[in-house]
Design a protein around this ligand. Structure first.
Ligand code: SAM
Length: 199
């Protein structure tokens, strides 16, 4: 998954039908034991709550993209007014430990309107930067979490994430529990007008 994550970030055409099917089939298969293999491992989830707190993320509407069985969604739900889970694998969503709105979707082509979320959380997830940018509100934050730091199979460094997102971004990053997190925000949105200023 590390190779796929890096290859797709470098060249989006690598995320074709065959690759998508392969990744979906892998996680469909892993879904049966995903929760029982990880439940109770609080160190794995600590980067999420620490990132939300120290990254000073507001409490609006959050998309948990690549939510899996919702282990991280539970933590996000304690912070946000509303959380939506999205995942490529229907089997992962079907085994969810939390009852939130769940959507089977590909992070490369998300079924959400522009600026729909105040936060996009990606916990051990691949990055499709253009879609994250599109659905994130102008003043929104990206929460990027790697539960095992640079040992996480689906991993990109905070610098790589910041550089891949369209435009110019700044953020904070740290480590907590067994993993790492970063919270990124746009420097200034010059390409898309602030909706509050529209006539
Ligand atoms: C390593 S798991 C992480 C699950 C959960 N966030 C956690 O940490 O327990 C990665 C998840 O991302 C999902 N995923 C992979 N590629 C995706 C894509 N293109 N769009 C949406 N979800 C995707 C997989 O189905 C899987 O559930």
């Amino acid at each position: 998954m590390r190779t796929v994550t890096e290859a797709v970030l470098a060249d989006r055409s690598r995320w074709d039908v065959a690759e998508r099917q392969k990744v979906r089939a892998l996680f469909d298969e892993l879904s049966a034991t995903w929760t029982e293999d990880r439940i109770g491992n609080d160190a794995r989830l600590l980067p999420i709550s620490d990132g939300l707190e120290r990254g000073v993320v507001n409490t609006g509407r959050c998309l948990d993209l690549g939510a899996g069985t919702g282990l991280g969604t539970e933590v996000l739900s304690e912070h946000f007014r509303e959380v939506v889970s999205a995942d490529l694998s229907l089997a992962m969503l079907a085994n969810s430990v939390i009852d939130v709105n769940r959507v089977q979707a590909d992070g490369a082509t998300l079924p959400f309107r522009d600026d729909a979320f105040d936060c996009v959380a990606l916990v051990n997830m691949m990055l499709f930067p253009e879609e994250v940018d599109r659905i994130l509100a102008p003043a929104g934050a990206v929460l990027w979490v790697s539960s095992r730091g640079d040992q996480t199979p689906i991993y990109l460094s905070d610098v790589a994430v910041g550089e891949a997102l369209p435009g110019s971004w700044h953020g904070v990053a740290s480590a907590a529990g067994s993993g790492s997190w970063c919270v990124l925000r746009r420097d200034r949105d010059v390409s898309r007008p602030d909706p509050s200023r529209r006539l």
